[in-house]
Design a protein around this ligand. Structure first.
Ligand code: PMV
Length: 356
């Protein structure tokens, strides 16, 4: 049996990806920029077992004491699709994988679990296949050299935004022009140590799973939202503001552009037919609080993905004041403080169904 394990972190987009130009290859309508977050993680072990008759997928998240076997549904399809794709590229036939995966945060709730999930799966699967093929050189040539561009493209095929979680720190997913998607991958803008004071505080309003996935939501937006062309026309400005803000470590420039971009994405959602509203009353309440805190001199900006959770961008100097204010608000279940985090990487801390 060949076993490999990888850790990946979610990322939060400062300029969002919302809309595909090719659904099968997962090619975006626009480029996006994110920061990888160190405060939450997915860890995934892949076992390549000659005795397995079919792929197996076991999963648990932060709230569950045991692994559940996932034997149907979209999540299973996504995992098997990604494994089969990698095995096809590696020219491995008939081999089956046991995938054991754990999140230490709520899954499918707008916290980018699909990003960390797909990135960890790709890194673990490529590593396992490399071990496997280097032990059977007469059968298989190792083809995955661990190149991050290749990993990013493979990860993109599982979940678009996950291609950014391959890298640490600040990351841009290039839109690309080619029809085969070979130029649509992520590149690092700055590593996790570049801006040590940068913080993202995730305010979790509810750990409940969202009813509409990002995949379905963005497809509806591209098809029915009358404002979608405005998004595409103005997104280059947001990208250049965030790029410049990161380059100059200009926190207000990054924060203003990120907040504007998030509100613009949610405006697209509101004007999609039928409307997509991921917010809860507590989401809007926190937005209003943040406006007030800014007037009190706390530098804080918000961004929101496809869910009700609010991610607050701030600097270390304001973190204590901000946390104290968050603690007394109602409607927030949990707070996670993040620094810019590491990219997806192998680890030797393997998961097992028996020992967690
Ligand atoms: O990659 P997906 O299908 O999970 O979509 C991500 C969509 C957003 O989180 C809303 C935006 C983004 O760029 O991460």
């Amino acid at each position: 049996m060949y076993k490999s394990t990888a850790i990946a972190h979610p990322n939060v987009a400062l300029v969002k990806y919302w809309g595909k130009r090719n659904a099968e290859l997962i090619l975006p309508q626009n480029a996006s920029i994110s920061v990888t977050l160190d405060g939450a993680q997915t860890i995934t072990t892949i076992e390549l077992d000659m005795d397995l008759q079919q792929h197996e997928f076991y999963f648990r998240d932060g709230s569950e004491p045991f692994y559940r076997r996932i034997s149907e549904g979209k999540e299973l399809e996504r995992v098997i699709g990604q494994i089969e794709l990698i095995m096809k590229i590696a020219d491995v036939q008939g081999l089956k994988a046991r995938v054991i995966s754990r999140n230490d945060f709520p899954t499918g709730a707008g916290l980018a679990s699909s990003a960390s999930g797909a990135a960890a799966l790709v890194v673990a699967a490529c590593d396992a296949l490399n071990n496997f093929s280097s032990n059977k050189p007469e059968l298989y040539a190792p083809i995955f050299d661990g190149g991050e561009k290749e990993l990013s493209i493979l990860s993109r095929r599982g979940s678009g935004s996950s291609c950014r979680s391959i890298y640490s720190g600040f990351v841009e997913w290039l839109k690309g022009e080619k029809e085969d998607g070979s130029d649509s991958y992520a590149v690092q803008l700055a590593d996790e140590n570049y801006w040590p004071d940068f913080r993202v505080v995730t305010a979790i309003m509810t750990a409940e799973k969202k009813k509409l996935t990002s995949r379905a939501g963005m497809e509806q937006t591209v098809r029915t939202c009358p404002l979608y062309h405005c998004w595409l026309q103005s997104v280059e400005d947001d990208l250049s503001n965030v790029r410049n803000g990161i380059k100059q470590r200009d926190f207000d420039l990054v924060g203003r552009a990120a907040e504007h971009n998030a509100l613009k994405m949610h405006s697209l959602m509101f004007t999609t037919k039928p409307a997509i509203i991921y917010w809860l009353p507590s989401t809007l309440q926190l937005i209003n609080e943040i406006y007030g805190w800014r007037e009190d001199g706390i530098k804080a900006y918000f961004t929101i993905d496809a869910g009700p959770q609010v991610k607050i961008l701030c600097l270390q100097t304001d973190l204590n004041r901000l946390e104290n204010r968050l603690k007394v608000l109602s409607g927030i279940e949990r707070i996670i403080v993040n620094k810019p985090g590491q990219g997806a990487h192998p680890t030797d801390k393997h998961l097992s169904l028996q020992n967690g």
